[in-house]
Design a protein around this ligand. Sequence first.
Ligand SMILES: Nc1ncnc2c1ncn2[C@@H]1O[C@H](COP(=O)(O)OP(=O)(O)OP(=O)(O)O)[C@@H](O)[C@H]1O
Ligand SMILES: [Mg+2]
Length: 220
Amino acid sequence: MIELCGITKEYKRGERRVCALSELSLKIDTGEKCAVCGASGSGKSTLLNILGCLDTQTRGDYFLNGVRVTKRNMRALRRDVIGFIFQSFELIPHMTALENVQLPLMISGVPSRVRREKAAAALVSVGLGDRMTHYPGELSGGQKQRAAIARALVKDPPLLLADEPCGNLDPASAKEITDILLNCGKTLVLITHDVNAAAKMPRIIKIENGELKNGKTGQE
Ligand SMILES: Nc1ncnc2c1ncn2[C@@H]1O[C@H](COP(=O)(O)OP(=O)(O)OP(=O)(O)O)[C@@H](O)[C@H]1O
Ligand SMILES: [Mg+2]
């Protein structure tokens, strides 16, 4: 599903140059669930932004579902293949949970009745069937993150990318969210500082100073 070949990412501003990822190569199969762990500044978000077709590498190739990601196709790949989950939920405050979850379908031009049905089903699947008409401000942190997961799942993308999804949650909610992500049947790449969450994942990709710690391919 994912193949990174010699990915280097440099951030440049004037004379200053930061090498956030250095010649990183990595394969992730369809259906694999991986945690990405590493110290602050090690390059985790940079890696996720490239995997998510939100940013481009300075050097190297990225193949997603066998397609080489380019500036031209990254928007379409992002729309069709990837669901995102963020630490800060990123829900729209003046929209209900149901409206928030419908947004990606609205952008794709799905008719309103189908949109509502799919969004409701996604909310039920994360256990929020009884909170559909609540606004984000009326939901707990764990419930907000569940609504955000429903929004990521509503278009049924094969790949889920999550950047510290439990970073703002108490341990009980964090466990619920990790379990939902593990059991949703998608390929999953999850950045986490939470050792309990990482320990549940079948594969751990360790990153240090922009390089893989567990060997060139990220395998133990
Ligand atoms: N837009 C940017 N411009 C310049 N340097 C950047 C930029 N974004 C990240 N960096 C640098 O790249 C390196 C990797 O950053 P990244 O955000 O990927 O780290 P991280 O592992 O996600 O850290 P954290 O756990 O704190 O979120 C850091 O040294 C950071 O300062
Ligand atoms: Mg980060």
